[in-house]
Design a protein around this ligand. Structure first.
Ligand code: PBG
Length: 328
Protein backbone atom coordinates (compact mmCIF):
# COMPACT_ATOMS: atom_id res chain seq x y z
CA UNK A 1 0.00 0.00 0.00
CA UNK A 2 1.41 3.36 -0.92
CA UNK A 3 1.14 6.32 1.42
CA UNK A 4 0.22 8.71 -1.33
CA UNK A 5 -0.95 11.47 -1.09
CA UNK A 6 1.33 12.18 1.92
CA UNK A 7 4.48 10.81 0.31
CA UNK A 8 5.43 12.49 -2.95
CA UNK A 9 8.84 11.84 -4.46
CA UNK A 10 8.42 14.74 -6.84
CA UNK A 11 9.21 17.08 -3.90
CA UNK A 12 12.85 15.96 -4.19
CA UNK A 13 12.90 16.79 -7.90
CA UNK A 14 11.30 20.22 -8.00
CA UNK A 15 14.41 22.37 -8.28
CA UNK A 16 17.91 21.85 -9.52
CA UNK A 17 19.19 22.83 -6.08
CA UNK A 18 17.39 19.97 -4.36
CA UNK A 19 18.18 17.48 -7.11
CA UNK A 20 21.86 18.30 -6.86
CA UNK A 21 21.78 18.27 -3.07
CA UNK A 22 20.28 14.84 -2.64
CA UNK A 23 21.84 13.22 -5.69
CA UNK A 24 25.39 12.07 -6.39
CA UNK A 25 27.82 14.64 -7.73
CA UNK A 26 29.41 14.13 -11.14
CA UNK A 27 32.94 12.86 -10.63
CA UNK A 28 35.51 15.65 -10.59
CA UNK A 29 38.32 15.82 -13.16
CA UNK A 30 40.75 14.25 -10.67
CA UNK A 31 38.90 10.95 -11.19
CA UNK A 32 39.51 10.92 -14.94
CA UNK A 33 42.28 9.32 -16.96
CA UNK A 34 42.85 10.19 -20.62
CA UNK A 35 44.11 7.34 -22.86
CA UNK A 36 46.56 8.61 -25.50
CA UNK A 37 48.17 7.10 -28.60
CA UNK A 38 51.80 7.95 -29.21
CA UNK A 39 53.41 7.64 -32.63
CA UNK A 40 56.98 8.04 -33.80
CA UNK A 41 58.19 11.25 -35.42
CA UNK A 42 57.64 14.94 -34.89
CA UNK A 43 54.77 17.31 -35.37
CA UNK A 44 52.28 14.51 -35.98
CA UNK A 45 48.65 14.90 -35.05
CA UNK A 46 46.69 12.32 -37.02
CA UNK A 47 42.95 12.31 -36.27
CA UNK A 48 41.44 8.86 -35.66
CA UNK A 49 38.46 8.63 -38.02
CA UNK A 50 36.35 6.37 -35.81
CA UNK A 51 37.03 8.41 -32.65
CA UNK A 52 36.16 12.08 -33.21
CA UNK A 53 38.24 14.34 -30.97
CA UNK A 54 41.08 11.80 -30.61
CA UNK A 55 44.36 11.64 -32.50
CA UNK A 56 47.55 9.70 -32.75
CA UNK A 57 50.16 12.13 -31.53
CA UNK A 58 53.93 12.36 -31.78
CA UNK A 59 55.56 13.03 -28.42
CA UNK A 60 55.97 16.78 -29.00
CA UNK A 61 52.28 17.11 -29.97
CA UNK A 62 51.18 14.98 -27.04
CA UNK A 63 53.10 17.21 -24.71
CA UNK A 64 51.28 20.27 -26.10
CA UNK A 65 47.87 18.53 -26.21
CA UNK A 66 48.19 17.71 -22.53
CA UNK A 67 48.45 21.36 -21.51
CA UNK A 68 44.69 22.16 -21.46
CA UNK A 69 43.85 18.69 -20.18
CA UNK A 70 46.16 19.06 -17.20
CA UNK A 71 44.85 22.58 -16.66
CA UNK A 72 41.27 21.26 -16.54
CA UNK A 73 42.33 19.15 -13.56
CA UNK A 74 42.24 15.71 -15.20
CA UNK A 75 44.15 13.40 -12.90
CA UNK A 76 45.97 11.04 -15.19
CA UNK A 77 47.01 9.85 -18.58
CA UNK A 78 47.24 6.28 -19.89
CA UNK A 79 49.93 5.95 -22.53
CA UNK A 80 49.75 3.56 -25.50
CA UNK A 81 52.54 3.23 -28.05
CA UNK A 82 51.64 2.77 -31.70
CA UNK A 83 54.16 1.12 -33.97
CA UNK A 84 53.36 1.08 -37.67
CA UNK A 85 56.76 -0.06 -38.90
CA UNK A 86 59.22 -2.37 -37.27
CA UNK A 87 56.86 -4.87 -35.66
CA UNK A 88 58.44 -8.23 -34.83
CA UNK A 89 57.15 -11.64 -33.85
CA UNK A 90 58.57 -11.25 -30.35
CA UNK A 91 57.26 -7.79 -29.49
CA UNK A 92 60.55 -7.12 -27.66
CA UNK A 93 60.32 -3.49 -28.72
CA UNK A 94 57.80 -3.12 -25.90
CA UNK A 95 60.63 -3.11 -23.33
CA UNK A 96 63.11 -0.95 -25.26
CA UNK A 97 64.19 1.75 -22.81
CA UNK A 98 64.22 4.20 -25.70
CA UNK A 99 60.90 3.04 -27.12
CA UNK A 100 57.96 5.31 -27.75
CA UNK A 101 56.15 4.79 -24.46
CA UNK A 102 59.32 5.08 -22.37
CA UNK A 103 60.35 8.29 -24.14
CA UNK A 104 56.85 9.74 -23.91
CA UNK A 105 56.71 8.99 -20.20
CA UNK A 106 60.02 10.74 -19.57
CA UNK A 107 58.85 13.78 -21.53
CA UNK A 108 55.46 13.99 -19.82
CA UNK A 109 57.06 13.53 -16.39
CA UNK A 110 59.42 16.44 -17.11
CA UNK A 111 56.71 18.86 -18.18
CA UNK A 112 53.86 17.76 -15.87
CA UNK A 113 55.43 16.58 -12.63
CA UNK A 114 52.11 16.23 -10.82
CA UNK A 115 50.22 14.24 -13.46
CA UNK A 116 49.62 10.56 -12.72
CA UNK A 117 51.24 8.65 -15.57
CA UNK A 118 49.89 5.20 -16.31
CA UNK A 119 51.10 2.86 -19.05
CA UNK A 120 49.50 -0.04 -20.85
CA UNK A 121 51.59 -3.18 -20.51
CA UNK A 122 50.83 -5.43 -23.45
CA UNK A 123 52.45 -6.68 -26.66
CA UNK A 124 49.64 -6.47 -29.23
CA UNK A 125 50.67 -3.09 -30.64
CA UNK A 126 54.24 -4.31 -31.22
CA UNK A 127 53.91 -7.90 -32.45
CA UNK A 128 53.60 -8.55 -36.18
CA UNK A 129 50.83 -11.10 -35.48
CA UNK A 130 48.91 -8.64 -33.30
CA UNK A 131 48.38 -10.97 -30.34
CA UNK A 132 48.94 -9.86 -26.76
CA UNK A 133 51.68 -12.41 -26.11
CA UNK A 134 54.39 -14.49 -27.71
CA UNK A 135 53.20 -17.34 -29.95
CA UNK A 136 54.32 -20.95 -29.57
CA UNK A 137 55.17 -23.25 -32.49
CA UNK A 138 51.51 -24.10 -33.05
CA UNK A 139 50.49 -20.43 -33.23
CA UNK A 140 48.84 -20.33 -29.79
CA UNK A 141 49.68 -17.58 -27.35
CA UNK A 142 52.31 -18.99 -25.03
CA UNK A 143 51.20 -17.84 -21.61
CA UNK A 144 54.28 -18.63 -19.55
CA UNK A 145 56.79 -17.44 -22.12
CA UNK A 146 54.97 -14.12 -22.25
CA UNK A 147 55.16 -13.46 -18.51
CA UNK A 148 58.85 -12.60 -18.47
CA UNK A 149 58.44 -10.14 -21.33
CA UNK A 150 55.53 -8.40 -19.61
CA UNK A 151 57.66 -8.08 -16.48
CA UNK A 152 60.42 -6.42 -18.50
CA UNK A 153 57.92 -4.07 -20.15
CA UNK A 154 56.53 -2.99 -16.79
CA UNK A 155 60.01 -2.41 -15.36
CA UNK A 156 61.06 -0.33 -18.39
CA UNK A 157 57.93 1.84 -18.04
CA UNK A 158 58.52 2.26 -14.33
CA UNK A 159 62.17 3.18 -14.89
CA UNK A 160 61.05 5.85 -17.35
CA UNK A 161 58.92 7.37 -14.59
CA UNK A 162 55.46 5.79 -14.83
CA UNK A 163 53.55 5.99 -11.54
CA UNK A 164 51.37 3.08 -12.46
CA UNK A 165 51.69 0.13 -14.84
CA UNK A 166 48.57 -1.49 -16.24
CA UNK A 167 48.92 -5.01 -17.65
CA UNK A 168 46.22 -5.76 -20.24
CA UNK A 169 47.48 -8.92 -21.92
CA UNK A 170 45.23 -11.24 -19.87
CA UNK A 171 47.91 -13.87 -19.32
CA UNK A 172 47.48 -16.04 -16.24
CA UNK A 173 49.99 -15.06 -13.57
CA UNK A 174 50.91 -11.72 -15.15
CA UNK A 175 50.14 -9.60 -12.11
CA UNK A 176 52.25 -11.68 -9.72
CA UNK A 177 55.06 -11.82 -12.26
CA UNK A 178 55.06 -8.06 -12.79
CA UNK A 179 54.86 -7.42 -9.06
CA UNK A 180 57.93 -9.63 -8.57
CA UNK A 181 59.80 -8.04 -11.49
CA UNK A 182 59.17 -4.56 -10.09
CA UNK A 183 60.30 -5.64 -6.64
CA UNK A 184 63.45 -7.23 -8.05
CA UNK A 185 64.23 -3.95 -9.82
CA UNK A 186 63.77 -2.04 -6.55
CA UNK A 187 60.53 -0.44 -7.69
CA UNK A 188 58.19 -1.66 -5.04
CA UNK A 189 56.35 1.68 -4.93
CA UNK A 190 55.01 1.49 -8.45
CA UNK A 191 51.24 1.09 -8.56
CA UNK A 192 49.91 -1.94 -10.37
CA UNK A 193 46.52 -1.41 -11.95
CA UNK A 194 45.42 -4.69 -13.42
CA UNK A 195 43.02 -4.88 -16.34
CA UNK A 196 41.63 -7.50 -14.01
CA UNK A 197 38.37 -8.27 -15.78
CA UNK A 198 38.92 -7.56 -19.44
CA UNK A 199 36.31 -9.06 -21.68
CA UNK A 200 36.75 -10.40 -25.17
CA UNK A 201 34.70 -7.61 -26.66
CA UNK A 202 33.52 -6.30 -30.00
CA UNK A 203 33.77 -2.79 -28.54
CA UNK A 204 37.54 -2.42 -29.05
CA UNK A 205 37.31 -1.88 -32.82
CA UNK A 206 38.20 1.83 -33.00
CA UNK A 207 41.10 1.33 -30.58
CA UNK A 208 42.56 -1.45 -32.70
CA UNK A 209 42.45 0.91 -35.67
CA UNK A 210 44.10 3.61 -33.63
CA UNK A 211 46.78 1.35 -32.20
CA UNK A 212 47.20 -0.91 -35.27
CA UNK A 213 46.79 -3.83 -32.91
CA UNK A 214 44.24 -6.14 -34.52
CA UNK A 215 45.24 -9.80 -34.48
CA UNK A 216 46.33 -10.84 -37.97
CA UNK A 217 44.62 -14.20 -37.50
CA UNK A 218 42.13 -15.41 -34.92
CA UNK A 219 40.62 -13.47 -32.06
CA UNK A 220 41.46 -13.01 -28.41
CA UNK A 221 38.95 -15.59 -27.12
CA UNK A 222 41.62 -17.82 -25.61
CA UNK A 223 42.91 -15.13 -23.25
CA UNK A 224 40.29 -12.40 -22.75
CA UNK A 225 37.29 -13.16 -20.52
CA UNK A 226 34.12 -14.56 -22.10
CA UNK A 227 31.18 -12.19 -21.67
CA UNK A 228 28.76 -15.01 -20.97
CA UNK A 229 30.54 -16.17 -17.80
CA UNK A 230 30.04 -13.65 -14.99
CA UNK A 231 31.45 -15.93 -12.29
CA UNK A 232 34.70 -16.37 -14.18
CA UNK A 233 34.78 -12.61 -14.75
CA UNK A 234 34.74 -12.07 -10.99
CA UNK A 235 37.36 -14.78 -10.40
CA UNK A 236 39.66 -12.94 -12.83
CA UNK A 237 39.59 -9.90 -10.58
CA UNK A 238 39.82 -11.83 -7.31
CA UNK A 239 42.86 -13.72 -8.57
CA UNK A 240 44.56 -10.42 -9.36
CA UNK A 241 43.94 -9.20 -5.83
CA UNK A 242 45.77 -12.30 -4.56
CA UNK A 243 48.56 -11.70 -7.06
CA UNK A 244 49.19 -8.20 -5.76
CA UNK A 245 47.11 -5.74 -7.81
CA UNK A 246 46.57 -2.32 -6.20
CA UNK A 247 43.71 -1.29 -8.46
CA UNK A 248 41.21 -3.42 -10.35
CA UNK A 249 39.68 -2.59 -13.69
CA UNK A 250 36.59 -3.61 -15.59
CA UNK A 251 36.67 -3.19 -19.34
CA UNK A 252 34.52 -2.37 -21.28
CA UNK A 253 32.47 -0.50 -18.72
CA UNK A 254 28.96 0.62 -19.68
CA UNK A 255 27.79 -2.83 -20.71
CA UNK A 256 29.43 -4.47 -17.66
CA UNK A 257 27.96 -2.44 -14.82
CA UNK A 258 26.84 -5.70 -13.15
CA UNK A 259 30.49 -6.72 -12.79
CA UNK A 260 31.57 -3.30 -11.48
CA UNK A 261 28.73 -3.36 -8.99
CA UNK A 262 29.51 -6.85 -7.70
CA UNK A 263 33.22 -6.13 -7.40
CA UNK A 264 32.40 -2.93 -5.54
CA UNK A 265 30.35 -4.83 -2.99
CA UNK A 266 32.92 -7.61 -2.59
CA UNK A 267 36.29 -5.82 -2.44
CA UNK A 268 37.75 -2.69 -0.96
CA UNK A 269 40.26 -2.14 -3.74
CA UNK A 270 39.85 0.90 -5.94
CA UNK A 271 38.03 0.06 -9.17
CA UNK A 272 38.71 1.65 -12.54
CA UNK A 273 36.15 1.55 -15.33
CA UNK A 274 37.60 1.63 -18.84
CA UNK A 275 35.03 3.35 -21.03
CA UNK A 276 36.40 1.89 -24.24
CA UNK A 277 36.74 3.15 -27.79
CA UNK A 278 33.57 1.45 -29.06
CA UNK A 279 31.51 2.98 -26.26
CA UNK A 280 32.92 6.39 -27.15
CA UNK A 281 32.28 5.92 -30.87
CA UNK A 282 28.78 4.65 -30.17
CA UNK A 283 27.69 7.84 -28.41
CA UNK A 284 29.22 9.97 -31.13
CA UNK A 285 27.39 8.01 -33.82
CA UNK A 286 24.07 8.23 -31.97
CA UNK A 287 24.40 11.97 -31.40
CA UNK A 288 25.39 12.49 -35.01
CA UNK A 289 22.24 10.73 -36.15
CA UNK A 290 20.20 13.16 -34.09
CA UNK A 291 19.44 10.76 -31.23
CA UNK A 292 20.42 13.14 -28.44
CA UNK A 293 22.85 15.79 -27.25
CA UNK A 294 26.36 14.38 -26.95
CA UNK A 295 26.99 16.19 -23.67
CA UNK A 296 23.85 14.75 -22.06
CA UNK A 297 24.66 11.27 -23.31
CA UNK A 298 28.15 11.43 -21.87
CA UNK A 299 27.05 12.81 -18.51
CA UNK A 300 24.38 10.17 -18.10
CA UNK A 301 26.74 7.35 -19.00
CA UNK A 302 29.58 8.56 -16.78
CA UNK A 303 27.16 8.85 -13.86
CA UNK A 304 26.22 5.20 -14.49
CA UNK A 305 29.87 4.26 -13.90
CA UNK A 306 30.01 6.29 -10.70
CA UNK A 307 26.72 4.83 -9.47
CA UNK A 308 27.95 1.29 -10.13
CA UNK A 309 30.97 2.02 -7.93
CA UNK A 310 33.86 2.99 -10.21
CA UNK A 311 36.45 5.25 -8.53
CA UNK A 312 38.55 5.90 -11.62
CA UNK A 313 37.07 6.72 -15.01
CA UNK A 314 39.37 5.93 -17.92
CA UNK A 315 37.79 7.60 -20.90
CA UNK A 316 38.41 9.43 -24.14
CA UNK A 317 35.98 12.10 -22.89
CA UNK A 318 38.68 13.22 -20.47
CA UNK A 319 40.25 15.65 -22.92
CA UNK A 320 36.85 17.38 -23.17
CA UNK A 321 36.27 17.61 -19.43
CA UNK A 322 35.42 21.31 -19.26
CA UNK A 323 32.96 21.28 -22.16
CA UNK A 324 31.12 18.21 -20.92
CA UNK A 325 31.24 18.36 -17.15
CA UNK A 326 31.63 21.97 -16.01
CA UNK A 327 28.54 23.92 -14.99
CA UNK A 328 25.22 23.38 -16.74
C1 PBG B 1 45.65 -3.88 -25.45
C2 PBG B 1 44.45 -3.03 -25.21
C3 PBG B 1 43.24 -2.96 -25.94
C4 PBG B 1 42.51 -1.91 -25.37
C5 PBG B 1 43.25 -1.43 -24.30
N1 PBG B 1 44.44 -2.15 -24.21
C6 PBG B 1 42.80 -3.66 -27.16
C7 PBG B 1 42.51 -5.09 -27.14
O1 PBG B 1 42.56 -5.78 -26.12
O2 PBG B 1 42.26 -5.58 -28.24
C8 PBG B 1 41.15 -1.43 -25.82
C9 PBG B 1 40.81 -0.04 -25.42
C10 PBG B 1 39.67 0.57 -26.15
O3 PBG B 1 38.95 -0.08 -26.95
O4 PBG B 1 39.45 1.77 -25.91
N2 PBG B 1 45.52 -5.22 -25.26
Amino acid sequence: MSNFPQMRLRRLRRTKAIRDMVGLAMPGPEKFVWPVFVVDGQNKNIPIATMPGQSRLSIDCLSTALEPVVKSGVGGVLVFGVLDDGKMASGDYAFDDNGLVQTAVRRIRERYPELLIMTDVCLCAYTDHGHCGKLDASGDVDNDATLDILGKVAVSHAKAGADCVAPSAMMDGQVENIRDALAAAGMQDVILMSYSTKFCSAFYGPFRDAASSSPAAGGRQTYQAPFNDPRQALRESFLDIDEGADILMVKPSLIYLDIICQLRSETDLPIAAYNVSGEYAMLHAYAEKGGGELRDLVRESVMALTRAGADIIITYWANQYNEIFRAE
